[in-house]
Design a protein around this ligand. Sequence first.
Ligand SMILES: Cc1cc2nc3c(=O)[nH]c(=O)nc-3n(C[C@H](O)[C@H](O)[C@H](O)COP(=O)(O)O)c2cc1C
Length: 372
Amino acid sequence: MIYRSLLRPILFRLPAETAHGLALASLSFSSTLTKKLAGDRYRRSPFGKLRRFGLTFDNPVGLAAGFDKDGVALSSLAGLGFGFIEAGTVTYHPQSGNKRPRLFRLPLDKALINRAGFNNQGAADFVKRVSLNKPDCVLGVSIGKSKTVDLENAVDDYLKSFELVYPVADYIAVNVSSPNTARLRELQQADQLDALLQALQTLNDKLAMKSGRSALLPLLVKLSPDLETDELAEIVQVAQRHQVAGLIATNTTTKRAGLRTNANKVAALGDGGLSGAPLRPQAAKAIATLYNLTRGTLPIIGVGGIFDANDAWELIAAGASLIQVYTGFIYEGPSIAKDINEGLRRIISREGFVSFDEAVGCRAAEYANKSS
Ligand SMILES: Cc1cc2nc3c(=O)[nH]c(=O)nc-3n(C[C@H](O)[C@H](O)[C@H](O)COP(=O)(O)O)c2cc1C
């Protein structure tokens, strides 16, 4: 409440990336404070602990990739009640990303447009920082392709990042869906994805033997919302062939349809991925399609346009068994994880389900057939 009436108006007067930097810097100094503010029950799930791909989650609400790319504020963010955090996307080579400005708010649409371009200090730097300061929740690490590496050499580049982040990650997310790195999304094509996942899982297996792990580290793939059903079907086959632990749906969209913000104004902002409320129907449809294609056997992390518990419920009913927020966190503030968890408890019992897991995918058929 204080956030929306007091802090947000101040932050929203600043350029979007300046506000983000300020928020992240304050968080990086205040890990004990966030926990104190939230109280000792800060992360308790209303549904008990959730088991997903071999990991135990305190609650189903996560922070999506891209918010803390370099892992500078993970403990504070965990203190805000997130059940998990996906840090990164990191690349093997440190890189500065696209020219600023590259992040824009569309308040009328509760949306953002960004073309950050994987600005990060590199996977090695990330690991040094995070190994000294692991958050006390599940930590996913998202890896992407370095800008200076051609698509033809992408597999090797991903392998190098994978090996570096392996010791600090509870799961690794392969980002092949950001629209802000040239040609990256071509890696979602079945033959390219097949080669990438084959190489990553071979390394995963080798590292498991070396470190004495009894199983592969969960490897997830993050997908674009702009894929057609037949493309999703091919991806599911490839993912299953390589024992992928789960899918993350979705990244930002390059579409601009149905926005309230003046079309000329939107066009003037230029290229980038759109996130926030307008993305939710597209994300719900992708999630439901994936849920149906896998008959609910592959966990899906639902992300796109979640601002409150009703939005989260939409993606859970479509088939997501965990959810993430990014744009909603910017608009709604630090209590978003707690608020969504409390709201979900009410919704799920109102809908007559006895457990969280029973509710997952209950409306997948409906959402898969909706036009987004
Ligand atoms: C500024 C910004 C940066 C992002 N950076 C990344 C990233 O590095 N890696 C990634 O997988 N997704 C990234 N995303 C996408 C989000 O993780 C998420 O998939 C998307 O924004 C949809 O969720 P939302 O509507 O809750 O924001 C970024 C999103 C924004 C707004």
